[in-house]
Design a binder for this molecule. Structure first.
Ligand SMILES: Cc1cc2nc3c(=O)[nH]c(=O)nc-3n(C[C@H](O)[C@H](O)[C@H](O)COP(=O)(O)O)c2cc1C
Length: 162
C-alpha cells in the first residue's frame, strides 16, 4: 500500500512533544532556536537526541561546537518559545531579548528565565533528510524551579511535524 500523505501528516501530528530552546556557541558565534523534536534516548550514558534543520544557523553552530544547551521552558513561557522561532539576534548581552550566561561545561548559552536546563556534548550525527539528528551526552544539568510544569506543545496549538 502506498503511503497516503494526508494520513501520514495527521498521524505524525499526533505525536506529543515539549518545547525547548536549544542553544550553542562557538568562536564568538551564537545561535538559539525553539525546537520540539527532542527526547532522551538512553539512561547510561544519559543521551538525548534532537532533530535540527540543516539550513539553520543553529545547525551550523552545533555542528562546529559539537555541544549545545537545552533550555527547558515552563508551561507559562509560550512567549519565550515564540521569541526563538525567529533568527538569533544578540544585543546588549541578551539573545532575542533574554538574558543568558555561558554554560559552565560547554559554554552553550543558558537562559536566565528557564526553570531547568542541561548541557550536552554531541556523540553522533545522523545526516539524513532536511533535519540532522544529533545524539548527545548530558554532561551538566541545572534546576532553578523543581516545581515547574513543562511547556506542552499540544497545549500551544502549534505544530511542527507531519
Ligand atoms: C512550533 C515550531 C517548532 C519547531 N521545531 C523545530 C525543531 O524541532 N527543530 C528545528 O531545527 N527547528 C524547529 N523549529 C524552527 C526553529 O524554531 C527556528 O525557526 C530556527 O531555529 C531559526 O532558524 P535560523 O537559525 O536559520 O534563523 C520550529 C519552529 C516552530 C514554529
Amino acid at each position: 500500500m502506498a503511503l497516503d500523505p494526508q494520513v501520514k501528516k495527521q498521524v505524525l501530528r499526533k505525536l506529543t512533544y515539549g518545547l525547548y530552546v536549544v542553544s550553542a556557541a562557538q568562536g564568538g558565534e551564537l545561535a538559539a532556536g525553539t525546537v520540539n523534536w527532542l527526547s532522551q534516548a538512553s539512561f547510561t550514558p544519559p543521551l538525548v537526541m534532537v532533530g535540527l534543520k540543516v539550513d539553520s544557523l543553529l545547525h551550523a553552530v552545533v555542528d562546529r561546537a559539537r555541544a549545545f544547551a537545552v533550555n527547558v521552558l515552563s508551561a507559562d513561557q509560550k512567549d519565550v518559545a515564540q521569541a526563538f522561532f525567529r533568527s538569533t539576534e544578540v544585543r546588549d548581552g541578551r539573545v532575542n531579548g533574554y538574558a543568558f550566561e555561558p554554560g559552565a561545561t560547554t559554554g552553550a548559552p543558558v537562559l536566565a528565565v528557564v526553570p531547568a536546563w542541561f548541557e550536552a556534548r554531541v556523540t553522533d550525527a545522523v545526516k539524513r533528510g532536511d533535519h540532522t539528528v544529533y545524539v548527545a551526552e548530558v554532561v551538566h544539568a541545572g534546576l532553578r524551579d523543581p516545581q515547574a510544569r513543562p511547556l506542552d506543545m499540544w497545549e500551544t496549538g502549534w505544530f511542527y511535524g507531519g
